[in-house]
Design a protein. Structure first.
Length: 153
């Protein structure tokens, strides 16, 4: 479980680190309260992939819809997602974080479940950073994480 009381919500780094910590763990260890606290109440989460016909598909969720969907997807499996590289672009009270990740079934597992990219849009309301929107896609044949992201890390 994430110790949300130790997160500095004035820090983009803490918000992103807290996000990964909250979604990671054994099936009964996901920290849905911290996830809800990191996102603005009207935030959207968008999962993308290729459909069986090879065409792009996007699934858009409110935070509550995502929690229910992810609970079902992850109900019987351990899932640990780690940030492996990041680039942050900030302008005034907005920021976009390009966050590359790897997911494993165990922190010490040699193999990966997947790798991909989260694009996280944040807003600073003067009191803290809020995640307003997150969209992600996984690596697949013909789609790899950009090498320049790792050079910037």
């Amino acid at each position: 479980m994430t110790d949300a009381t130790k997160l500095d919500l004035h820090s983009i780094d803490d918000v992103v680190t807290g996000l990964y910590a909250a979604i990671s763990g054994k099936p009964d260890e996901r920290d849905w309260d911290t996830i809800a606290m990191l996102y603005a109440p009207d935030a959207r989460m968008v999962r993308t992939r290729l459909g069986e016909d090879g065409k792009p598909v996007a699934f858009s969720f409110s935070i509550d819809e995502y929690r229910e969907n992810a609970r079902e997807l992850l109900k019987d499996i351990p899932f640990y997602e780690y940030e492996i590289a990041r680039r942050t672009e900030r302008f005034g009270n907005i920021a976009t974080v390009f966050s590359a990740y790897e997911a494993k079934s165990d922190p010490d597992a040699p193999g990966l479940l997947k790798r991909g990219m989260n694009m996280i849009h944040l807003y600073d309301d003067g009191a803290r950073w809020w995640i307003m929107h997150m969209i992600w896609d996984d690596e697949r044949d013909g789609l790899a994480l950009p090498a320049d992201l790792f050079e910037a890390a």
